[in-house]
Design a protein around this ligand. Structure first.
Ligand code: DO4
Ligand code: MG
Length: 293
């Protein structure tokens, strides 16, 4: 069972989507209201949704006909890094300009007990399905990072799974690790959606298939696949470090790192279309615009 939000007559409508892709309108104002109501009734969110849609008619729309919104207005988005071998190797390449002869801090963080976790975005900087992600004007090497996103309670419990795009500037990050915030955080540099799959509706989070496509002028320019079974770390390891001595706002999203990196000669351009699909969650589609657009 997945939860979406879409625009209806100028306001946001919450809805449930079952595994047959049938869509049912929900009464709650947003995803967290649904979680709170389930808590109050001492039932699980899946039980609440299943009861709510029992016997009601599905909407006639298909999901791709709706004007989807971010499934949750996450107060903060955090991200883990170098959680896959592929990411470690890509960072090593950008930091050493291909001279892969010395052990770097990326090798070290990949093996360290403490994971890399960084602040990625706020609700105002995060776009939803169909939205425009923006390029930085001072970077010539920019890529999307397709990642599984965890939707968290204030206590750090995983309450749902979504898709995230951790837009990144490989040149800025490679120049100096202290530039990481600039390589990662700017206007519209993050996107999440199109749905949240309820945590209870996921049998094994270490078996999500992730597929990413980038289209340029209508032609496929880049394609990549990965599976969360390639993750170096456990999801709870990441959430434990995120909540440690921290104040977490409920509905925070934690991106879990990328395993899909386009070929080194590729950089995003205005007009590109990015599609990130995760099995059981959906496909997050975004359009790329240059700075100032
Ligand atoms: O170390 C830099 C960021 C890594 C990252 O964003 C990732 O692995 O997904
Ligand atoms: Mg990333």
């Amino acid at each position: 069972m997945r939860i979406i939000r879409f625009e209806k007559e100028g306001s946001a409508q919450l809805a449930a989507v079952n595994d047959q892709d049938q869509i049912f309108a929900l009464q709650q104002s947003d995803f967290l209201a649904l979680i709170h109501e389930a808590d109050r009734l001492e039932i699980t969110p899946l039980e609440l949704v299943s009861k709510a849609i029992e016997g009601i008619e599905a909407l006639h729309d298909q999901i791709d006909q709706l004007q989807l919104l971010v499934p949750i207005e996450a107060p903060e988005v955090w991200a883990a890094g170098v959680t896959y071998e592929r990411s470690r190797d890509a960072r090593n390449y950008e930091a050493t300009e291909g001279r892969l002869d010395a052990s770097t801090f990326y090798d070290k963080v990949y093996d360290a007990v403490r994971p890399e976790i960084f602040f990625k975005s706020t609700a105002a900087r995060t776009v939803g399905p169909g939205g425009e992600v923006q390029l930085r004007s001072d970077s010539v090497w920019q890529v999307p990072e397709p990642e599984l996103g965890l939707v968290l309670s204030a206590a750090g419990k995983i309450i749902g799974y979504t898709i995230g795009n951790d837009m990144s500037c490989r040149d800025i990050e490679g120049e100096n690790p202290l530039y990481l915030p600039q390589a990662k955080v700017w206007k519209r540099s993050c996107s999440i959606g199109p749905a949240i799959r309820l945590a209870e509706a996921v049998d094994n989070p270490y078996n999500f298939q992730i597929t990413s496509h980038i289209y340029r002028d209508g032609e496929k320019a880049v394609e990549g696949t990965a599976n969360t079974n390639q993750l170096k770390r456990k999801l709870e390891e990441l959430t434990e470090y995120l909540i440690r001595d921290n104040e977490l706002f409920e509905g925070t999203v934690l991106l879990t790192g990328t395993c899909i990196v386009p070929p080194n000669e590729f950089t995003l351009a205005h007009g590109d279309r990015i599609e990130i699909e995760i099995t059981g969650i959906g496909t997050l589609v975004n359009h790329v615009v240059s700075a100032g657009n």
